[in-house]
Design a protein around this ligand. Structure first.
Ligand code: ZN
Length: 679
């Protein structure tokens, strides 16, 4: 071997050994056996013995294994990391554009709400990674950054010898939720938002912790570079991509200001659909020559601006914590705050879920709190601003009695986080919520029976509970101001309500089932229950064993159903509804003599993927018409899985349970001959 060959072999070995150490010590995922590692090390040491000049301080032979933990030494950026000027309105963006002194093509980028990072690649290998710090010096987080899968350790061959890459480290909303759930399970403090969690995860002493946090990265600029400077910022991104670095797919170049403003508006609507939190849009003049002409002020470039969307987190004063008794008796604390505008709407109340949640967040009436409202999601009190807490502010105490009826609150079962009002029959709060719920879209969808109407019916004594709803008459409603005009005659609302009640009497049985407010009967499970027990009589006479034998009904739900029907006044609701003409049953499909042969009697069939000639619904009807049961998910009770094209997890599950699997093409044969078609 020539000296040059030896030298290149030495470099190759050094790299392999360093990578193996990293895999072993940092990622806990060794790529080499100990013996394999030793072979490489022996070869490296032999080369160094022959060529002592190969030994450098960086050589693996000079390093102690495991010396890779983050130390956060200061690193000077090759080029300073400037910040951007902000714009909080389109007017400010317009003024910025006017100062550019003429039309300009703009590169529009989503502004990721994460942590800025500066990567230096030397000879196409990641040399250092640093946080922004003060813009000149950042913290050295190289060991941690090496665990981020999005960040390549080496760049493609055509990358320049030296390049400084800027970008943003972030955590996806899903990874953030999962991390918080596991922190909570471990009894540790949650992160307030994905940005904080990304920052906290990157600045870990132990890179293994960082590695476990599933951080992501996207580039948004190039600093120093020994390569040819691209003509346009957007071309720079194409280069980054070509070298193997991740760049956002949402970036676009637009011809003028109007198009940039349109982009800002479009992305506002997609703010929560992206893979990361986004707090604004960055506009950059795309032409680099133009950028140089415009130059920078002392703090920020003139050729870029960051448009910020309205904040989704604001501070406000928590005035008091009240409790509300819900439909099933659950008593929920909620915060009443000084009204504040967040994400474009005024908020003054937010649920606190239960007393444990209040204690965990340690929010107290009188605190300044951080309120978050993201998109259509309900507002959430994240926690107190402890620095602003008045001295001696007492903690909040959960009431021991129901605010609606004064009954002492109980835990449903030992250790339950929720407290309940046990006065289910006549607690006015529960009654009002139940009546309101009967009319909801989830249940019987009765228009003109809103919260106020429910309250009016109950407070005027027109109904004792939801059982009396369908027996309401014009004479009844005439007794309430809510349903009459000043002249004392029935108003339009009253007439509509009566008509809507009449119309609701023939809603599907599953809808009535939901309307009964049986615990654990959701709109999702109700159709399964209604199919297995096609009338209220069939359901109420079923034993717990019969109930739990049905797909989709677990033991909890089975117990809940039998317990519900064991209560006299519950059965009275059913009887009153039926007496008023409600039909709590589905049309018996097999009333007439079955015209099709019952080939699938006793079989449970699951259909997944596309079946030629059938839709999901017609396939289900075909199975049921032949006496079979069409189920939505695969379980041990499944007799056959009919797997069409693009079938996925159900196929795998059926395979693992040893369920018979049938090609979609043979579905017809199955219908015709039952299982004997398969022999
Ligand atoms: Zn109560």
């Amino acid at each position: 071997m020539t000296e040059a060959e030896d030298q290149s072999r030495h470099a190759e070995l050094a790299q392999q050994i360093n990578d193996a150490r990293f895999q072993y010590y940092v990622l806990d995922a060794p790529t080499l056996t100990d013996a394999g590692f030793d072979v490489l090390m022996a070869e490296l040491q032999a080369l160094e013995e022959a060529h002592p000049e190969f030994v450098t301080p960086e050589s693996p032979s000079q390093q102690v294994g495991g010396g890779l933990s983050a130390t956060f030494a200061a690193v000077e950026h090759l080029e300073p990391m400037m910040s951007l000027d902000n714009a909080f309105s389109t007017e400010e963006v317009e003024r910025w554009y006017a100062r550019l002194g003429g039309p300009a093509e703009l590169l529009c980028e989503v502004k990721i709400d994460g942590l800025a990072l500066d990567l230096v690649y030397r000879n196409r290998r990641l040399a250092t990674a640093a946080t922004r710090g003060d813009g000149r010096y950042g913290e050295d987080v190289t060991a941690n950054v090496r665990t981020i899968a999005d960040i390549p350790l080496t760049l493609a061959d055509d990358a320049p010898d030296l390049v400084e890459v800027r970008g943003e480290v972030f955590m996806t909303p899903a990874a953030f939720a999962a991390l918080n759930a596991s922190l909570e399970e471990a009894g540790r403090a949650r992160f307030a938002n994905p940005r904080n969690s990304a920052a906290g995860s990157l600045r870990q002493k132990d890179p293994r912790v960082t590695a476990s946090r599933k951080l992501r990265f996207l580039c948004h600029g190039i600093g120093a570079s020994s390569g040819q400077a691209p003509q346009r910022q957007s071309e720079g991104y194409d280069l980054l991509r070509a070298w193997g670095l991740p760049v956002s797919t949402h970036n676009v170049v637009v011809p003028d200001l109007a198009a940039a403003l349109a982009y800002i508006e479009t992305m506002a609507g997609r703010r929560h659909d992206l893979e990361h939190e986004m707090d604004g849009i960055v506009l950059k003049v795309d032409d680099r020559a133009r950028q140089r002409e415009l130059g920078s002020t002392s703090r920020a470039p003139r050729w870029a601006i960051a448009f910020k969307y309205p904040p989704e987190e604001v501070n406000t004063k928590l005035l008091r914590i009240e409790v509300n008794t819900g439909r099933t008796g659950r008593v929920t604390p909620y915060g009443v705050m000084e009204p504040v505008v967040v994400a474009g709407s005024t908020v003054e109340m937010a649920t606190l879920h239960n007393a444990h949640e209040v204690a965990r967040k340690d929010v107290r009436p009188g605190d300044t709190v951080v309120l978050r409202k993201a998109g259509d999601v309900i507002p959430e009190i994240l926690g107190p601003v402890l620095a602003l807490r008045p001295e001696g502010l007492p903690a909040w105490v959960m009431p021991t009695h129901c605010p609606g009826c004064g009954t002492e609150l109980v835990e449903q079962k030992e250790g339950d986080k929720d407290l309940r009002c046990p006065n289910t029959r006549s607690c006015p709060s529960q009654l009002r919520e139940r009546v309101f719920f009967v009319a909801s879209r989830t249940a019987l969808d009765i228009e003109n029976l809103g919260f106020q109407a429910a309250d009016a019916l109950l407070s005027a004594g027109l109904i004792e509970d939801e059982g009396d709803l369908f027996a309401l008459t014009e004479e009844d409603l005439a007794k309430s101001d809510f349903f009459t005009t000043k002249a004392g005659v029935l108003n339009a609302n009253a007439k509509k309500l009566l008509a809507n009640l009449e119309g609701a009497k023939t809603r599907p049985w599953a809808k009535f089932l939901v309307a009964l407010s049986i615990r654990h009967i959701s709109k999702g499970v109700a159709p399964d229950v209604a199919r297995a027990f096609p009338s209220v009589e069939a359901l109420s006479s079923a034993s717990e064993e019969e109930l739990s034998a049905v797909d989709g009904i677990g033991p909890t739900l089975a117990a809940s159903i039998t317990e519900w029907f064991a209560v006299d006044w519950h059965r009275a609701i059913v009887e009153k509804w039926q007496a008023a003409g409600c039909v709590l049953a589905d049309e018996p499909a097999a009333d007439a003599v079955p015209t099709v042969e019952q080939t699938l009697q006793g079989l449970t069939v699951v259909v997944t993927g596309a079946v030629p000639g059938y839709t999901r619904d017609t396939a289900q009807e075909a199975i049921e018409a032949r006496g079979g049961k069409a189920a939505g998910s695969v379980s041990k009770k499944t007799s056959v899985l009919v797997a069409g094209e693009s079938s996925g997890s159900k196929y795998t599950k059926a395979e693992s349970l040893g369920v018979l699997i049938l090609d979609a093409e043979r579905f017809e044969a199955l219908l015709e001959k039952g299982l004997s078609a398969l022999d």
